[in-house]
Write a protein that binds this ligand. Structure first.
Ligand code: GLA
Ligand code: GLA
Ligand code: GLA
Length: 685
């Protein structure tokens, strides 16, 4: 297995968002920055992210000298810069002189100038202007040897409902439905409440004061918003591709917060095709009072595996905090050691960087209390700075054992944002208990606890080489997806579906005549009803002699060839099937009809892990809360052994490995202190 290098730098990247434009009146601070950067063992800085007002203070008047200077300073310490295009925030003159750049919200209110991430994606002026700005940036800095990468705008998201966007939405629909309103009305189930459309200009984007009940349209609107956002991005990068074809391009993706699940405002599986490098901003709420640290760690792992697999290559952690954020309900400081551990976890799951928001804490405005490497004290002697420097040193030593190393997994979990859009919109089930992202994370956790690597996949990914594939709550299963899943199982795959899997097609129209044929055939069952629970309702499933708790959902089913592995213990469906297995051609399928607890997942997936011979990267014994993850290239595995508990952990290592800190062999008992990480190397064939 080769390395996949996503940048031309051989080092692990350490550094982050640097906003010198906030400090142009403080030359001593700018000089101090470069000294501190060295001291912090940092090497990479994202600059210009929101710098439009500093770059073009008046329309057509440009100032690049300050940026030239900043870049020379970074280069003087052998640093690299990730140059951002400034379109994430506009200067006030632009909103005033060209109000078409302002967004219109779903209530049709034109927004005032303010905040950020608030431009219209259709605005011809803004599209032209971003190209002009990006041309100037590419011409001035494109050949600079310290230029590492382009960072386009910032955290794309949001939507605009202005007249131009309405026109673009209609044009997109015409194209999608072959200019045929009958096709559109069928997909949107038009006759419902007399919503049949007879002329294209009757169509208006979804609105709380207008159309909100047509699910097919809501779904198409989400698809359009994604398309339009990606199209805006593609427009932005034209001058960069022309002038700097060898400089990779990224934009920073994110998670849905505060839930910390996959991002749902855009279809990242489509966006990923247009970027060279995936990067994302990770802000888990460590030490929160809702879940224990290992559970949160497994959710962080899930998201990393999601971003890794968007291009099946190493990604960059573009933003994280060395200490705390300012926008969680409670902004708790990372305990000593957690910064090191959580950063190592990102590397373990495929990141080739640990970058922060931000380098230096702002003096004013809304992020002045957001954690940063350099605090208001301007000191390198505080706890946070020292932990950052310590991490930087460790990253320098590890670079050659990590950069470009791949991840590999035999387990796949399918995440589909289109299905999530439709499921969220579905008026049915429990309106507050769908939790698609969290449900996937729960299933994932059973593998994480056993150190079994998992790939988070999209429906377009190749499935063949996975030994097991999970499609929990995959509400929308198109004919195409069903055919693909069938082929996977026919070839010997193991497929696990659950309650609410496979209820609608790609237009969010339900299947008629019982469960969708190919699914029924594969699973050998026919779900007949989904019972939805009140929060205090419980049922139980007896499975292989144990009883497991059910919350929220229980599917009732008829058997059509499958065998029953678990049955409901209570209520009017007591004794009927809850968990089933079916053999289908060379493969097998399992259906988990109820939302079962973690203990069930551990038992159920534990048996499958053993039966399918799935292996952890290292043969070792430990208690819950230790995670072992590996990256691999050139016949070597770099394995991270991470203690996510607040206790000492004694770990039995049954194989010979080399400790990458001491470079001496390691086997037998390894004692890990709370939050400690050990990185070891194993030679593989
Ligand atoms: C009301 C309406 C119906 C239908 C039902 C759904 O009774 O009159 O059209 O929407 O609610 O419960
Ligand atoms: C929050 C903030 C946003 C953004 C994300 C982090 O919602 O308000 O500005 O930073 O989280 O990805
Ligand atoms: C996001 C944004 C940053 C900053 C951080 C704060 O990730 O991209 O500009 O606002 O959130 O956490």
């Amino acid at each position: 297995m080769d390395r996949i290098r996503v940048t031309d730098d051989k080092r692990l990247l350490h550094g982050g968002d640097y906003n010198p434009d906030q400090w142009l009146d403080y030359p001593d601070i700018l000089e101090e920055d470069v000294k501190l950067m060295k001291k912090a063992h940092t090497n990479t800085f994202s600059i210009g992210i929101f710098a439009w007002a500093a770059l073009e203070p008046e329309e057509g008047v440009y100032h690049f000298e300050w940026l030239d200077q900043v870049i020379e300073r970074i280069a003087s310490i052998d640093g690299r810069f990730i140059l951002a295009t400034p379109s994430g925030a506009r200067p006030a003159w632009m909103s005033k002189n060209h109000p078409e750049v302002l967004r219109v919200d779903s209530l049709r209110r034109k927004q005032l100038h303010g905040a950020r991430h608030n431009h219209c994606f259709s605005s011809p002026y803004y599209r032209r202007k971003t190209q002009e700005m990006n041309t100037l940036l590419a011409e001035r800095y494109g050949d600079h040897p310290a230029l590492l990468m382009w960072h386009i705008s910032n955290e794309f998201g949001g939507e605009c409902h202005c007249d131009l966007c309405q026109e673009n939405f209609r044009a997109w629909l015409k194209n999608k439905y072959d200019n045929d309103l009958d096709k559109l009305n069928h997909a949107w189930w038009g006759p419902f409440w007399s919503h049949t459309i007879t002329e294209w200009d009757q169509i208006e984007s979804p609105s709380p004061i207008g159309e909100s009940a047509v699910h097919g349209m809501n779904l198409d609107w989400r698809r359009f918003v994604s398309y339009q956002t990606i199209d805006f991005y593609k427009n932005e990068i034209v001058p960069l591709r022309e002038r700097t074809p060898d400089i990779p391009i990224t934009t920073n993706f994110m998670s849905d917060n505060p839930e910390f699940v996959p991002f749902t405002a855009l279809d990242y599986s489509q966006f990923a095709k247009e970027v060279d490098v995936i990067s994302w901003d990770a802000y888990p709420a460590w030490h929160n009072d809702q879940e224990d640290t290992p559970t949160l760690a497994s959710r962080v792992a899930f998201l990393n595996d999601h971003f890794y697999n968007m291009k099946h290559q190493p990604f960059l952690l573009m933003e994280s905090t060395p200490s705390l954020v300012n926008w969680h309900d409670v902004n708790k400081a990372k305990r000593p050691g957690m910064h090191f551990l959580s950063s190592m976890q990102m590397l373990a799951h495929g990141s080739d960087s640990v970058l922060y928001f931000q380098w230096r804490k702002s003096r004013g405005s809304s992020e002045k209390f957001h954690g940063a490497v350099v605090d208001h004290d301007r000191s390198s002697e505080n706890r946070v700075f020292k932990e950052v420097a310590q991490l930087g040193q460790a990253m320098e030593a590890l670079s050659d054992h990590v950069v470009g190393y791949q991840r590999k997994a035999d387990v796949g979990i399918l995440y589909d944002v289109e299905s999530e859009w439709a499921l969220k919109d579905a008026q049915g089930f429990g309106l507050k208990t769908k939790h698609y992202g969290e449900t996937l994370q729960k299933h994932y956790q059973a593998f994480w606890e056993r150190n079994i690597a998992v790939d988070i996949l999209s429906k377009e990914d190749d499935l063949e080489h996975y030994k097991i594939l999970l499609i929990p709550m995959l509400y929308m299963v198109s004919e195409e997806t069903a055919t693909k899943l069938q082929a996977y199982v026919k070839n010997g795959g193991t497929l696990v579906g659950t309650y609410i899997t496979g209820l609608v097609d790609e237009s969010d129209l339900t299947y008629l005549g019982g469960w969708y044929g190919p699914l029924k055939e594969m699973f050998g069952i026919e779900p007949t009803e989904t019972d939805t629970f009140y929060p205090s309702d419980r049922n139980h499933v007896s499975y292989k002699g144990q009883s497991y708790e059910v919350r929220d959902y229980a599917t009732l089913m008829n058997m059509a060839g499958a065998e029953t592995l678990g049955s409901y213990e209570e209520d009017f469906y007591k004794g009927t099937s809850a968990v089933t297995r079916n053999e289908y051609h060379n493969g097998q399928t399992y259906y988990i009809g109820a939302r079962l607890d973690d203990a069930f997942h551990q038992a159920f997936y534990g048996e499958l892990i053993d039966a399918l011979g799935l292996k952890a990267p290292l043969d070792l014994r430990h208690k819950r809360g230790v995670s072992v993850q590996a990256r691999e290239a050139e016949g070597r595995q770099t394995i991270f052994i991470m203690n996510f508990t607040e206790e000492m952990q004694a770990i039995e290592i049954m194989e010979d490995v080399t400790d990458l800190q001491t470079h001496s062999p390691l086997s037998g008992t390894l004692d890990l202190a709370p939050y400690e990480v050990r990185v070891v190397e194993k030679v593989v064939s």
